[in-house]
Design a protein around this ligand. Structure first.
Ligand code: CAA
Length: 705
């Protein structure tokens, strides 16, 4: 093992190189090595200045997250940073790649920061339920100002080094060309004469006058954008402290708040998701070095809302895409919708007009399936109709090159049957995007019985290139996400019949942390769609013979109450077409249906609402795991957090279940089976749940034999 930190002399400059692949995280060995090298260089009278640089793909990307939750080992990061800041000679942080979290905090303790033109900096701790706990909340406002620093820390967004350098406030002192390791040494040589007295960020005043109104504005924003999260409020309090306390008091304040964040269960959940997301990319029987097919051109078949959104995903990632449809009117509408979407982003300042034009330039719209012959990958996104999809795939297989990948965006249909309609089923798989496709991060990558390994690996790589998160799912009705949704929606519908108001059901689930409740979500997805799927499944004998099942929503669909898109569904929608309002007509309808079915109104507690919605979802997750539809429990968490708005700070349904205790989950399922009846097996625990609870095994320790 090479030393993780080495010191070499470059004339009178000591160059300290951190080499801890893959991202130079500040693990114990790196902290110890840095402290030792900085102290040695500082003591050495032959050293005039020090450069800290990193080997490999990036500057230090932060503390080592895998060490969190374990007992701290000295030297702690604070001691390393203090030694750097207190050095008697100028220290330069030479940044390439990304300087994140503790990495940026270390750079802020250096006396200068230089960077490559493609370097980025950021304090993403909020995404882990933490705050920058090594002085970041005290030092970043001193170089960027309160508002820019708060914006960076509350969103966790990275900032481009050249943009930061242009501000001229000392956050980045220079952008250098050529090898950063050499260029930074030369740069420091040119600065030595004017470097004393050393400039320390801690001694700088916080610029501007951040009054109470600024903090209030950020509080309001945090309450809206990171509702229910603990860390954002602590970050704001720390930055406020930076403006009110002296530096060392501010540091103490930050440290105490950091400890609170670390102790808070939210951080454990969010760290779980960090690793879960990376784990999702691993497919046990598809090695990482599986060759991938080049994807330089894509085609999307079907110019509806989904197809247009998927085309945007390709254009956003710089991949030329042809959108095709049988109807040229639909194509024109889709292009107009895409243009409108980009223009609105530009109007909000999120995109510049050049980017809009570049992306529009990557999208071609042309009628006829023959256009797919130019594509390396085709995504079919037509109406959910198995026969239609089979026909399209048979034709695509004839039109496309032999090595082109054929994907279906179906959310419910059998990918194996679709694949079987082609002569080359090994190149077929599902790419299930979530709506709106250009916004939602999740893509379920559905592996059919015959999908070739390189096709799957290419699809996973592509999803990453689209800056989304891919989760592998086996073939079953609804795949991972929609299959679990079924029990959630079912119980919400039953609760309505039992006399619980829609607003209350949705409120309880929002209070838990979902951005919207199940009934609002149904109105957004469209009651007509749900009713159609139910009718087909009922005809195929796939639904329980329970007259209550989907009853309220089927009636709504019959009445043309399709949801938000028709101005009324379970709710009615006011002027803006988006704000749900209770509708007495629906209350009456629910009462009539309940009477017809003989369902009596009951007293239902908030706890029952929450449990009745969540427990079936969790139980189905365990069944999915046992059947091998999901590769691992944490994949299910990624699906629900990224596709359905399950609160990040609960870590996803499987992580949440584990926190509740699997034994407790089992006991509550049995409780509802006893009290509500279990004629349709709604409350029958998944065998895996019984097994894990009996053996007191954690989900992550369970392996399928
Ligand atoms: N600690 C431990 N491991 C880390 C890590 C960290 N800070 N950052 C990344 N890794 C690991 C990943 O788990 C992954 O491991 P596997 O290959 O085994 O899955 C590997 O490094 C590569 O990571 P990515 O797949 O994410 O690579 P990427 O090139 O897509 O992205 C990155 C690189 C932008 C640095 C991204 O990994 C990232 O955002 N990392 C987290 C950065 C972060 O949150 N830093 C703050 C840490 S908290 C902190 O510093 C607290 C403090 O105040 C002291």
């Amino acid at each position: 093992m090479p030393e993780p930190v080495v010191l070499e002399m470059q004339g009178a400059i000591a160059r300290i190189t951190v080499n801890n692949p893959p991202v130079n995280a500040l693990c114990h060995a790196v902290r110890a090595g840095l402290l030792d090298c900085v102290r040695r260089a500082d003591r050495d009278t032959g050293v005039d200045g020090i450069v800290i640089v990193c080997a490999g793909r990036t500057f230090i990307a932060g503390a080592d997250i895998s060490e969190f939750g374990k007992p701290p080992r000295e030297p702690i990061l604070h001691d390393v940073l203090a030694a750097i800041e207190r050095a008697s000679k100028p220290v330069v942080a030479a940044i390439h790649g990304t300087a994140l979290g503790g990495g940026l905090e270390l750079a802020l303790c250096c006396h200068y920061r230089v960077a490559t033109s493609d370097a980025r900096i950021g304090l993403p701790e909020v995404k882990l339920g933490l705050l920058p706990g090594a002085g970041g909340t005290q030092r970043l406002p001193r170089v960027l100002g309160v508002e820019a620093a708060l914006d960076a820390m509350l969103t966790g967004r990275m900032l481009d080094a050249p943009g930061v350098a242009e501000r001229g406030d000392g956050a980045i002192d220079a952008v250098l060309d050529g090898s950063i390791a050499d260029a930074s040494v030369n740069w420091l040589r040119g600065r030595l004469a004017e470097s004393l007295p050393l400039r320390r960020v801690r001694d700088m005043p916080v610029p501007g006058n951040a009054d109470a109104a600024v903090f209030e504005r950020f509080e309001t924003r945090a309450a809206r954008e990171t509702r229910g999260q603990f860390a954002p409020r602590q970050i704001i309090a720390c930055v406020r402290a930076a403006t009110e306390l002296d530096f060392d008091e501010g540091l103490k304040f930050e440290r105490a708040r950091f400890g609170e964040c670390m102790q808070n269960p939210q951080s454990g959940a969010m760290r779980h998701l960090f690793f879960a997301e990376r784990e999702a990319a691993r497919i046990p029987d598809v090695p990482r070095d599986t060759p991938r097919r080049p994807i330089n051109a894509a085609a999307v078949v079907g110019a509806g809302t989904m197809g247009a959104g998927i085309a945007m995903c390709f254009a956003n990632a710089g991949i030329p895409v042809t959108l095709t449809d049988a109807s040229s009117e639909a194509l024109n509408r889709a292009v107009a919708r895409i243009r409108d979407n980009y223009d609105r982003s530009a109007a909000r300042g999120r995109l510049d007009t050049q980017t809009v034009e570049r992306r529009m330039g990557l999208i071609t719209a042309e009628a006829g399936l023959h256009v797919a012959s130019r594509a390396d990958l085709v995504v079919e996104a037509v109406y959910e109709d198995l026969e239609l999809k089979k026909q399209i795939f048979a034709e695509l297989a004839r039109e496309c090159r032999d090595d082109a990948i054929l994907a279906t965006n179906t959310s419910t249909l059998d990918v194996n049957q679709i694949a079987a309609s082609t002569t080359t089923p090994e190149r077929v798989l599902g790419l299930h995007f979530f709506s709106p496709a250009n916004v939602m991060r999740l893509v379920e990558v559905v592996r059919g019985q015959t999908t070739a390994n390189d096709v799957l690996a290419t699809a996973m790589g592509l999803v990453r290139r689209l800056r989304k998160v891919g989760v592998v799912s086996g073939v079953c009705y609804g795949f991972i996400g929609n299959r679990m949704l079924e029990g959630y929606a079912r119980e919400a519908g039953f609760l309505l019949l039992e006399g619980v108001s829609p607003e209350r059901i949705d409120r309880v689930m929002r209070d838990f942390g979902f951005p919207m409740g199940p009934l609002q979500m149904g109105d957004l997805a469209g009651n007509d769609v749900g009713a159609r799927v139910r009718a087909e499944r009922r005809a195929a004998g796939e639904l329980p013979e329970d007259p209550r099942y989907g009853r309220v929503h089927d009636r709504l669909a019959e009445l043309g109450r399709h949801g938000q898109k028709s101005g009324k569904g379970l709710y009615r929608y006011g002027e803006d077409g988006r704000t749900p309002e209770p509708d007495p007509e629906v209350e009456r309808l629910i009462r009539e249906e309940a009477e017809a079915l003989g369902v009596k109104p009951r007293e239902v507690s908030d706890r029952e609402i929450l449990e009745r919605c969540l427990l079936p979802l969790i139980n189905e997750g365990l069944a999915i795991l046992e059947e091998g539809i999901a590769l691992r429990a944490s994949d299910i968490d990624i699906v629900w957090v990224n596709g359905y708005g399950f609160p990040v700070y609960e870590g996803g349904p499987m992580y949440y279940a584990e926190q509740l205790g699997l034994g407790h989950v089992l006991e509550r399922l049995r409780h509802y089976g006893r009290t509500l009846g279990n004629a349709f097996d709604y409350w029958t625990p998944a065998p895996l749940l019984e097994q894990l609870a009996a053996q007191r095994l954690a989900l992550k320790d369970w392996t399928r034999d």
